[in-house]
Write a protein that binds this ligand. Structure first.
Ligand SMILES: [Zn+2]
Ligand SMILES: [Zn+2]
Length: 139
């Protein structure tokens, strides 16, 4: 789904197009988060950690650039799980209508690099939290 041989990357937007079609075909209404090991890109961005599309209720995250090994350091499963949790929660936050946040510790902050991702805490800031609570109340 969306794999581009010449880039050795997956086009996240094509993958989400396919996910939309799949969800439609199988009448899946629940939000879906896909985790892939291939590197992701999107139009205009050479690489992305993940991508969400609220209209589809679908999101994808990649583990490719979340491993220590990618940066030439010794591997650590706990680090990888930590980062996947943050990225996954971030994309699911988008599915619940949250935008990006300026608070560097908030899950909805959009990190440019691994250090910024590691600097985030596994929680929403107060303002994102109250926003998502309002959304959930309306469901
Ligand atoms: Zn985001
Ligand atoms: Zn926030």
């Amino acid at each position: 789904m969306g794999y581009v041989d010449t880039r050795k990357q997956v086009d996240a937007q094509v993958l989400l197009d396919n996910l939309a079609a799949y969800k439609h075909r199988h009448h899946i209404r629940e939000p879906v988060l896909i985790v892939v090991s291939q590197d992701l890109f999107r139009n205009g961005s050479s690489s992305v950690f993940g991508l969400a599309r609220e209209s589809v209720g679908g999101a994808v995250v990649s583990s490719a650039r979340l491993t220590n090994e990618y940066y030439g350091k010794a591997g650590d499963d706990a680090d990888l799980i930590d980062r996947l949790t943050k990225e996954g929660a971030h994309e699911v936050g988008h599915l619940f209508g949250l935008g990006h946040c300026n608070n560097h510790e908030c899950i909805m902050f959009c990190p440019d690099n691994l250090d910024e991702l590691d600097g985030k805490k596994k929680m929403l800031c107060d303002s994102c939290r109250s926003e998502i609570e309002e959304t959930i109340d309306m469901m």
